[in-house]
Design a protein around this ligand. Structure first.
Ligand code: SAM
Length: 268
């Protein structure tokens, strides 16, 4: 935890800040609130049958804990995290004693929560289950593009069945574009008339707030060019550099050109 600082988020829960990356782990508007609104609430369609959850980037486990608090039908949770120290300490943060006790027991000995401590890019290739719900909570692509490449996202979708729900806070164009490329229908998680997160599924009937045609067309511009990491081995800098080159050489129009074209059409 050497490079990690704590701060109090607006809902009173503790958030983490990575000094080295200069990146927060949790929303300053509320770490617990974020786990519920962006990850668990959109996946609450699963109320009956026993469900399996994949929690990518477990951190200190807010998303898993929030799921434990809100679902009564969890069969299994697989948690992917690179930093073992965070996992070991995760039962100390927030949530009720009951939830933290479950986490503590499972850290000591798996009952139904499995912790995979490694680069999620390696672990994802070793998993072969189908999950009902996927939480994808990597640091932002500007800081860690390795977990947002179209290739990593494709690996995630291999672990989803037709009705699985994928949830992420990320609604950046390259990530939305990668989700579509992988065959998913994407939807907006909206709070107070603002997009705060993304849900996606192979089953378009499960997606409520679909993207409009114009929003989908925006994903055909240069700004939506995806991050690429074919063998899941490139560094963050390599991924960004390759993307910059792809943008430079692409014949796609830019987002601002698209917007200009659109406003012209409306004026005519
Ligand atoms: C935005 S935070 C996730 C917060 C977390 N969901 C929580 O509730 O605390 C991103 C997490 O990704 C982890 N991480 C970074 N690179 C990773 C990688 N290659 N594989 C797995 N986990 C990684 C970080 O250690 C950090 O805990």
């Amino acid at each position: 935890m050497q490079d990690i600082e704590f701060f109090t988020t607006q809902d009173g829960s503790i958030g983490l800040y990575d000094k080295k990356l200069d990146e927060i782990f949790h929303s300053k508007f509320g770490a617990k609130k974020e786990a519920f609104e962006k990850f668990v609430e959109p996946s609450l369609i699963y109320q009956k049958k026993p469900i399996k959850i994949l929690d990518i980037c477990y951190g200190i486990g807010y998303n898993t804990k929030c799921a434990l608090e809100n679902f009564s039908n969890i069969q299994e949770i697989d948690c992917l995290e690179i930093n073992e120290e965070l996992v070991k300490k995760s039962f100390e943060f927030e949530y009720s004693e009951k939830i933290n006790e479950i986490i503590k027991r499972n850290i000591l000995k798996t009952e139904f929560i499995n912790f995979y401590i490694d680069d999620a890019r390696k672990t994802i290739k070793q998993l072969n289950k189908k999950y009902d719900v996927v939480f994808h909570d990597g640091f932002s692509p500007h800081k860690q593009a390795v977990l947002w490449s179209e290739d990593f996202i494709f690996q995630i979708t291999k672990l989803m069945h037709k009705d699985s729900i994928y949830c992420t806070y990320n609604h950046s164009k390259p990530v939305l574009s990668a989700l579509i490329k992988a065959g998913l229908t994407i939807g907006k998680t909206i709070k107070n008339e603002r997009i705060i997160a993304t849900v996606a599924s192979f089953n378009s009937d499960l997606i409520k707030n679909k993207f409009t045609n114009i929003e989908l067309q925006e994903l055909k511009t240069k700004s939506a060019i995806t991050y690429k990491d074919k063998d899941l081995t490139l560094s963050h800098d390599e991924i960004l550099k390759n993307r910059e080159n792809e943008i430079k050489n692409s014949s796609l129009i830019t987002l601002s050109q698209f917007k200009k074209q659109l406003s012209k059409q409306f004026q005519e």
